[in-house]
Ligand binder design. Structure first.
Ligand SMILES: Cc1cc2nc3c(=O)[nH]c(=O)nc-3n(C[C@H](O)[C@H](O)[C@H](O)COP(=O)(O)OP(=O)(O)OC[C@H]3O[C@@H](n4cnc5c(N)ncnc54)[C@H](O)[C@@H]3O)c2cc1C
Length: 493
């Protein structure tokens, strides 16, 4: 794909950012027949898009806030994702445990409305449960004072793997998708944006990329690209950090997730089975600066352990946490200070220079966001109108088994096969790419990931023709990142 950069005189659509939003946009654009190129500064989905709660959902909590339009749109997208990416998205049962008399009718009616809103794309009806039925589904819920529960359905997925699948589908549709290609500046002619200036992170070679449309899809980094366009730009993103803790499946055996509808700060908290572990989360902490590797704060860890401990018969402690990860929500600023109340809706803006920015939204609605932004790009730039086809487009790998997320139990032969495929077909460039996003080892068990790094580096070096220096550098860089996922190294109980 790099070889296509030099001879292509001009592109129709150039996208900055390889998270859910940018990749979805590249797929939509390429599928409509536009010459499309995407640049990601790190790895695909290295940002927020690999750090979500892994739910494809309408958003029960947005229903609580009365945001009907957002919930309807997300429920429709949930149904489309289950249809088009069944290898990575599945129907997940959730129980809302009720400890107060009013909770069952209150949440039960709310969830019946949620079912109705999903219409034909519903994943199964919600049900009122007795105390015994609730404990059968979630046996480790604290039985004391438990009155019963409400069962409902939502979607669950593997976020980074879905990002790779969307990227592969975009490439099949003719797009060029490059990771480790930071955009360092915008090209302008007569004050209009006409392309980008990019650098190959590994070779340091620079490229001038001419494009009729440039789309900024950089999540929490949105403002940095808008400043390249206009030095006086005032920030529009208010980043909010959310963390997750990963514990062994024994804390919530079975295949049912728990949704706790109200924490002390008025949020919902999830405990969700994922790749034979349980993901607990999340938090909502306003932060001042953005980073590619945000780090969980001690009070966020304590908040999750304290709240989940109230509902489980065996409380997880810090020593039980196998991994933890933090992500940054690209929330669009509004006048309110409380980030939990800021809009999850997406925002599309067009600067005087013609630079299009798309931000906000959520993973679940990435396809709709992409459709909207390409519709606008066509309208504003006199591109030949082509209809969006992604509602019906199956994503790459939909008919195959997804690769294993946890690699610890694999023998060297099986691991070599996974690495070969990742390097040859999935743009995997570093040990961290492999352990964090091509497989999910780092998010499932950070210590095991650190132990696996030397073998992974050696096998990758064989595939990629790299030397001992590369192997050493890769292991060191990976360990530096991984230590922030391993709680015991960083925080004392
Ligand atoms: C804690 C948490 C939990 C969440 N849970 C869910 C959930 O369960 N379900 C759901 O639907 N949504 C969820 N979301 C929301 C969802 O994850 C985000 O809305 C989505 O991932 C945002 O994707 P994005 O592409 O806009 O941003 P990102 O994924 O951050 O992608 C932006 C990319 O732009 C790149 N970039 C930046 N600058 C440059 C540059 N100069 N050149 C090239 N590339 C650049 C970055 O490296 C980054 O990879 C959650 C979010 C958080 C934070």
């Amino acid at each position: 794909m790099i070889q296509q950069l030099d001879p292509t005189p001009g592109w129709d659509i150039c996208i900055i950012g390889g998270g859910a939003t940018g990749l979805g946009t590249a797929l939509d654009a390429a599928a409509r027949g536009f010459r499309t190129v995407l640049f990601e500064q790190h790895d695909l989905a290295k940002g927020t898009s690999s750090r979500s709660t892994k739910l494809v959902h309408g958003g029960v909590r947005y229903l609580q806030q009365g945001n009907i339009k957002l919930v309807m749109e997300a429920l429709k997208e949930r149904g489309l994702l289950l249809k088009n990416a069944p290898h990575l998205v599945h129907n997940q049962k959730f129980v809302v445990p009720n400890y107060k008399w009013w909770e069952k009718p209150f949440y039960g009616i709310g969830l019946k409305i949620y079912d109705k809103m999903a219409g034909k794309l519903g994943l199964g009806p919600s049900q009122f449960l007795s105390k015994e039925e609730t404990l059968r589904l979630a046996p480790t819920l604290d039985p004391e004072g438990l009155k019963g529960g409400v069962l409902y359905h939502d979607g669950q997925f593997d976020d980074a793997r879905l990002a790779i699948s969307i990227a592969q589908t975009a490439v099949q549709q003719g797009a060029v998708v490059l990771n480790y290609f930071p955009v360092a500046g915008l090209l302008k002619m007569h004050n209009k944006v006409c392309g980008v200036w990019v650098k190959d992170h590994f070779t340091r070679k620079e490229y001038e990329i001419k494009s009729r449309v440039v789309i900024n899809a950089t999540g929490v980094f949105t403002d940095s690209i808008m400043k390249m366009d206009d030095a006086k730009h005032k920030n529009i993103i208010s980043p909010s950090q959310g963390i997750h803790l990963v514990v062994d499946a024994g804390f919530l055996p079975g295949d049912t997730a728990i949704m706790i509808p109200r924490t002390d700060d008025g949020r919902v908290l999830f405990a969700v089975p994922w790749h034979n572990k349980i993901v607990l989360g999340t938090t909502d902490t306003a932060v001042d600066s953005v980073s590619a590797e945000p780090v969980p704060q001690q009070q966020e860890i304590e908040f999750i352990l304290k709240h989940i401990g109230r509902y489980l018969s065996k409380d997880p402690g810090l020593g039980d946490v196998k991994s933890m990860f933090a992500g940054l929500r690209p929330l669009v600023k509004s006048k309110t200070k409380r980030t939990a109340a800021l809009s999850r809706d997406h925002l599309i803006t067009i600067a005087d220079s013609g630079l299009i920015t798309i931000t906000g939204g959520k993973w679940t609605t990435y396809r709709k966001m992409a459709e909207d932004v390409i519709d606008i790009a066509i309208e504003k730039n006199e591109l030949a109108p082509q209809p969006c086809i992604t509602k019906e487009l199956k994503l790459n790998g939909y008919d195959k088994m997804a690769p294993p997320a946890d690699i610890i139990s694999l023998d060297t032969d099986a691991l070599t096969k996974i690495i070969k495929k990742a390097v040859e077909e999935e743009l995997c460039m570093t040990v961290e790419d492999l352990l964090s996003r091509r497989t999910r080892q780092l998010l499932l068990n950070a210590h095991e990931a650190i132990k696996a790094a030397p073998l992974v580096a050696k096998l990758m070096a064989e595939q990629m023709n790299k030397d001992e220096t590369w192997i050493k550098e890769q292991i060191n860089t990976f360990n530096e990142v991984a230590k922030n996922y391993a709680p015991i190294i960083n925080y004392k109980p």
